[in-house]
Design a protein around this ligand. Structure first.
Ligand code: HEM
Length: 515
């Protein structure tokens, strides 16, 4: 009898372990030998488990992208970088992978990392994504941006007023935080006709950005879990959330920040709202659109879209602005050429700000904007695409339908065959080109990605870069403080480009302008 009980207890104990072991062994055999991706080159460990990638992210400080680059050197232009994903390092394939032709879905792991399936960035399905994109795209037309130029200009003026405070007190300021406040305030004004007022916060809301970064990291970790992970963790009681993922609370704050403005839009009538706002906004139009089905106007979906928009708009733009200003400060020759050119539209530091159209017509400034975007591309993460319902072909390789395929824009931008001396800030490379040379460079210039999933707000982002940099270059002499190249290099893939651990970002002293 005792023997039977012992046998049963052993069975209860071992059976699940044996089951898990058999499942693991079966999965390993499938991934390594039977999966349609088994034929693709790459390290076996990467093919076996996503833990390989998560090791480079967690232990090697988010540097898997450079490991991917090294893997390409060893295994060739197409490699398997995790059990579900292929990566291609061939500049001429970028257009094919990022095209308007055919149906493209998004990688479900990455799409859901920020728990916002209601947003454009979080929409996996091709057709739903198209509908959602069509609803917001008109707000980013060139005409709309020109019409809203005063919104950008008034935010720049607020930023410069605040920088004057630093000039007077002689304190250093953190450009990254300053530009984050600027970019987030512009997007908030643009989306809700309400500035977040971040520029006016003490120390350019530094504490806010530390928390924001934590929230971002919580999202990044979610990539290594199934799709249900984020919704379950976020829906769990607070003490469970805190235990499983302490950083998730920062993520929630981020979403809560947009709940207020969205709520206020939902309760105000159009006329009343616009009388106060003075300009039309993306989200008020969406909420009141007669063309969108009710499900697309539900509060939760609008909040997710708004949160993603503010995140996408604030992070990428501020990172590029910061690196852009660093590149100018570290290259006095480029700075003085830019100032020389700017004098044609702003004679003195006190002259009224030039229009966006005037700035866009300046070739050297345009070269500087392009170089900043090429070298510090804002969104450093690889761009994943999933061909839906058809195979994709790369050279002799057939990539099965439904496979996650990715490319990394920075790899295109640092190819010396296309951009000689690729790590050097050289606005001149964009000047005096004949038509064929210009087209060639533009073809490989992909900071906003391309195709159906490219950045929705290219016009807004470019306008911010032109207007903000021109204003600061004219109104201040900035001096780098305890900052060098290391603080701005594209090293870490935390979705957006962010400085290395231990870096304080780009710090400067703002001095009286000698323009
Ligand atoms: C210099 C600044 C910016 C850069 C470099 C940038 C870059 C990008 C890139 C590369 C993507 C595609 C990501 C992917 O393929 O997964 C993207 C998507 C997106 N960006 Fe930007 N972005 C910038 C500024 C902005 C701004 C200011 C906004 C909004 C106010 C914005 C809103 C979006 C949205 C909504 C998407 C998703 C588009 C879609 O899935 O259809 N971005 N951005």
């Amino acid at each position: 009898m005792l023997g039977v009980i012992q046998y049963s207890l052993l069975t209860i104990f071992w059976a699940p372990l044996v089951g898990v072991g058999l499942y693991g062994a079966g999965l390993a055999i499938y991934r390594l030998f039977l999966s349609p991706l088994a034929k693709f080159p790459g390290p076996k460990l990467a093919a076996l488990t996503r833990k390989y990638e998560s090791y480079y992210e967690a232990v090697q400080n988010y540097e898997y992208l450079w490991k991917i680059k090294a893997m390409h050197e060893k295994y060739g232009p197409i490699i398997r970088i995790n059990p579900h994903e292929l990566h291609i390092d061939d500049n001429d394939f970028f257009d094919k992978l990022n095209s308007f032709q055919g149906k493209w879905e998004k990688d479900p792991y990455t799409a859901h990392q920020f728990a916002n399936p209601g947003s454009l960035v979080g929409t996996i399905d091709h057709d739903l994504h198209r509908k959602r994109r069509a609803a917001v795209l008109p707000f980013f037309s060139k005409q709309k941006i020109y019409a809203l130029e005063p919104v950008i200009q008034s935010t720049i003026d607020r930023l410069c007023d605040k920088m004057q405070f630093y000039q007077k007190t002689g304190q250093s300021l953190n450009l990254r935080n300053a530009f984050k406040c600027f970019a987030a305030d512009v997007v908030a004004e643009y989306c809700f006709a309400e500035s977040g007022g971040l520029i006016d916060k003490p120390d350019f809301a530094a504490e806010n950005w530390v928390q924001h970064q934590q929230g971002l990291k919580s999202g990044l970790r979610a990539r290594y879990f199934p799709q249900w992970y984020m919704p379950v963790v976020r829906g769990a009681p607070a003490w469970i959330r805190q235990t499983v993922d302490p950083a998730a609370k920062h993520f929630e704050i981020w979403h809560r920040d947009v709940e207020g403005p969205v709520g206020r839009m939902e309760t105000r009538k159009n006329d009343e709202f616009y009388e106060k706002a003075g300009h039309r906004t993306i989200f008020h139009e969406l909420i009141n659109s007669p063309h969108l089905p009710p499900a697309e106007k539900e509060t939760i979906r609008v909040i997710q879209e708004a949160g993603a928009m503010v995140g996408a708009g604030g992070e990428s733009t501020s990172q590029v602005l910061t690196a852009f200003m660093y590149c100018l400060l570290a290259n006095p020759q480029a700075m003085s050429k830019l100032r020389e050119e700017l004098r044609s539209v702003v004679p003195t530091a006190d002259s009224p700000a030039p229009s966006l159209r005037q700035l866009e017509a300046l070739p050297y400034l345009t070269g500087c904007v392009k170089e900043a975007l090429r070298l510090r591309t804002g969104k450093i993460a690889r761009h994943q695409r999933v061909p839906a319902g058809r195979s994709l072909y790369y050279k002799d390789w057939e990539i099965p339908a439904g496979t996650i395929v990715s490319m990394t824009p920075i790899f295109v931008h640092i190819d010396p065959e296309i951009f000689p001396n690729p790590h050097t800030f050289m606005p001149e490379r964009w000047l005096n080109l004949n038509e064929a040379e210009r087209q060639r460079l533009e073809h490989y210039f992909v900071p906003y990605s391309k195709g159906a999933r490219q950045c929705a707000a290219i016009t807004l982002a470019n306008s911010e870069l032109y207007m903000c940099i021109a204003a600061i270059v004219v109104r201040f002499d900035l001096e780098l403080f305890e900052t060098d190249e290391w603080d701005t290099e594209m090293a870490i893939d935390s979705h957006h480009h962010s400085p290395r651990l231990g870096s304080k970002g780009v710090q400067v002293f703002a001095k009286k302008s000698t323009f």
